[in-house]
Design a binder for this molecule. Structure first.
Ligand code: ZN
Ligand code: ZN
Ligand code: FE
Length: 741
């Protein structure tokens, strides 16, 4: 007899019926069973059949399944008579919830097959696909505890559900026209519009109207991406003047709007069906308003069956942006979007758990998460050491909490991007669910050092041991954790904002750390940030302030009023309402504004991104670096600012200056890291922080460090932005707490 213990993504993805059918085919006896943290299989049969089993197991694995470890035991035969799927062992604290899965090819084929029982049925799904996380109320995952509970299975569905050989065996959301949910089309007053919902939806989209489309984890706001007026109207209603929108289109149409290679296509087609950021085609059909002045475009494939019905229409490009007002949690009901949509394409299967689309940018060697949510949440990540049941609350932007237990950590979906009441409510309600589902009762809490964050106040209210974690230490720890590192490293956190232990705003930090301690080795020179956070929305004020400190004449700056200049000068002079910052994000803002790019911004990192977009990896090749000073733990970039001002005076092109600037940042970073290595002997370098979302910086810095024989670790399973802060907090809190108790 052979016994297998398999770990990985093997539950809720059609793995057991697959094994069942394979065993029947090979005439093997035994059983398959979902166990604590994977799947258990016992097999008896001819040695040839047993041999073939392992080959076919890998060859024919269900698309959403992933085997991480497989342990095999040779045991004496028991004498199994048949092969069966056994009742799951439900041990305390062992629950797995699959992420939502994009509709599979088999189901799409059936949906468009006139002879099929589920022809044109927009809630078709099977064990390989369909909603999971977003429809779960309680665990263990079973139809009566999902939002399918009010739909009683018809005999046809029920037969399939009970048949181990059927690909809908135990598919909890199984449904058909007779017994399942239905689409409905509503006007803005939520009155039904009679007719085919999909046809109505298409008609009004073609007319340039904004339709709220209920999807898997929430509503999308949809409009025709080729219609300027429609896109402008959407921007107005969503209060989002410039931030890029994502576009959904059918696979055939990608080639008209973005540059695509086979690995990107694989990512787009994956069961998570994320938004993928790709280089925009110069000439495309889309409105310039979709992603203004941005060389990239976020695209994704239809992933819910109604999307596929909509995209049967040829040459259709739709903006599909999260249904919310700027930065609020995504809407799950049509009445949460008052005044934004003209119409709604909605349905009667409730969304129990909101989940925004995930966003990924392919990079040279790996994919970079900009947002990890639908399709990935709530899969846990493995940790390098055992933790107490711990909650990390995160920071203020891109909020996502983390809960850990033993060697696993669960990150919440993307919650929101601000301190609002709605964000806090969504945070609290999701936390309660996660604790219940994954049987985690936190014994330890971790939060940011910044006292004003909603997440910090939330943590303080819980009557449990609390560890406050420095923001950039958390950034580095998160990347260490996903790379399973547990040792001293050199960490580079290039970021926008993070509360420092001295009360200053940090963000250009080179540290040495393990999970317990960190030591600040180098940081960008402190500069005055006039008016604090308000300056972040007006980067030109930062440029003005930095130029003053550099003793350069700031008169060439565009987009700043005389009043602003007067106020800032006074603030600096009297050191009033001025914050000291070592932020790398602010240095990017400063240089960007000096080049006249974005004196004022409407979304985070807009000006820094504009600076990145001026160059590519090649533009760094043959340019010199600007001067800087690096001593006593401080990277002094005053000489850099002076030299940039001089270049501007000389009429040097912006693209050259942007290239030289990036080159300089890489240069002084490598120098500083070399100095740290000389002192400490450390050679593993971890990169993180929001600024590391800059692809040119990330790739070139990695390359230069590797040239100097450093081993470089970058984020790949979690974002480098504040979406991963909670994970880092959990790790650090555990080691700090352990030390003190
Ligand atoms: Zn399917
Ligand atoms: Zn049915
Ligand atoms: Fe950060």
């Amino acid at each position: 007899m052979l016994r297998y213990e398999i770990n990985g993504i093997v539950q809720g993805v059609g793995f057991r019926p697959f094994i069942y059918n394979l065993a029947l085919r090979l005439k093997l006896q035994g059983y398959v069973l979902n166990s604590t943290d994977g799947v258990e299989i016992e097999l008896e049969g001819s040695s040839e059949a047993l041999h073939n089993f392992e080959i076919f197991l890998y060859q024919e694995l269900p698309p959403a399944a992933k085997i991480e470890t497989m342990v095999k035991f040779h045991l004496p035969n028991i004498g199994y008579k048949n092969f069966e799927i056994r009742q799951s062992l439900s041990k305390e604290g062992s629950t797995f919830i699959s992420p939502d899965l994009a509709v599979c090819d088999d189901c799409i084929r059936e949906m468009f097959d006139e002879k099929d029982e589920r022809f044109n049925y927009p809630f078709i799904n099977c064990t390989n696909c369909g909603p999971r996380y977003s429809i779960i109320e309680k665990t263990p995952y079973d139809r009566p505890v999902t939002s399918m509970k009010s739909f009683e299975m018809c005999p046809y569905c029920s037969d399939e559900y009970k048949d181990p050989a059927n690909r809908r065996f135990h598919a909890q959301p199984i449904a058909c026209e007779t017994c399942g949910p239905h689409l409905i089309f509503l006007d803005q007053n939520l009155n039904e519009i009679i007719g085919d919902p999909i046809e109505n939806c298409l008609k009004f989209l073609r007319d340039g109207r904004i339709v709220g489309i209920k999807g898997i984890g929430g509503f999308h706001l949809a409009c025709d991406a080729t219609n300027d007026e429609a896109v402008k109207e959407l921007r107005k209603r969503k209060q989002r003047p410039d931030k890029p929108f994502a576009v959904m289109c059918s696979e055939d149409n990608f080639k008209h709007i973005v540059e695509l290679d086979s690995s990107n296509l694989e990512l787009l087609r994956s069961t998570a069906a994320p938004i993928v950021l790709l280089p925009k085609k110069k000439h495309n059909y889309l409105s310039d308003q979709v992603a203004p002045l941005n060389p990239n475009l976020g695209v994704f494939l239809p992933y819910a069956p109604p999307h596929h019905q909509i995209f049967q229409q040829p040459n259709l490009y739709l903006i599909m942006t999260s249904g919310n007002l700027n930065d609020e949690p995504i809407a799950k009901d049509e009445n949460e979007l008052p005044g934004i949509c003209d119409y709604f394409l909605t349905h009667n299967r409730p969304i129990l758990n909101r989940n925004d689309d995930s966003v990924i940018r392919p990079s040279k060697n790996k994919n970079i998460f900009l947002r990890r949510s639908r399709g990935f949440v709530p899969s846990p990540l493995k940790l390098p050491f055992k933790t107490l049941p711990t909650l990390g609350t995160g920071a203020e932007l891109k909020i996502s909490f983390a809960l850990s237990k033993e060697n696993s950590i669960w990150l919440s979906p993307y919650i929101g991007n601000n301190n609002s009441k709605e964000t806090e409510d969504f945070f609290a309600e999701t936390l309660i669910k996660f604790q219940d589902w994954f049987k985690i009762k936190p014994e330890l809490i971790a939060c940011d050092l910044q006292p004003d964050f909603m997440t910090t106040r939330f943590a303080e209210k819980l009557d449990l041991p609390l560890v406050k974690v420095q923001h950039h230490h958390a950034h580095i720890a998160a990347v260490m954790a996903e790379n399973l590192l547990d040792e001293q490293v050199i960490g580079i956190s290039y970021d926008g904002t993070g509360y420092g232990t001295d009360g200053a705003i940090w963000g250009g930090e080179i540290i040495t750390c393990d999970y317990q301690n960190f030591e600040r080795k180098f940081h960008l020179k402190y500069m005055p940030l006039p008016g604090g956070d308000s300056a972040i929305k007006h980067p030109v004020r930062i440029a003005y302030s930095y130029l003053k400190i550099a003793n350069e004449n700031p008169d060439f700056l565009k987009g700043i009023s005389e009043t602003e200049k007067r106020i800032i000068s006074k603030q600096i002079e009297h050191n009033f309402n001025v914050f000291q910052t070592s932020s790398m994000g602010r240095l990017f803002d400063c240089i960007s504004s000096m080049l006249g790019l974005y004196p004022n911004i409407t979304f985070e990192a807009q000006s820094a991104m504009a600076l990145e977009f001026l160059c590519d990896n090649e533009s760094l090749e043959n340019v010199p670096s600007y001067p800087y000073k690096i001593e006593d733990g401080i990277i002094d970039f005053i000489p850099l600012i002076k030299a940039v001002a001089e270049d501007i005076k000389q009429g040097i092109e912006n693209i050259i200056i942007a290239g030289k600037f990036h080159k300089t940042v890489i240069d002084f970073t490598v120098k500083a890291v070399e100095k740290v290595q000389k002192e400490t002997g450390l050679s593993k370098v971890v990169l993180s922080g929001g600024v590391m979302q800059n692809n040119v910086l990330l790739e070139e810095l990695t390359k230069e460090l590797e040239k100097k024989h450093f081993t470089v670790f970058t984020p790949s399973q979690l974002p480098s932005n504040d979406g991963a802060i909670s994970a880092g907090q959990v790790m650090i809190a555990n080691r700090v707490y352990e030390l003190n108790n």
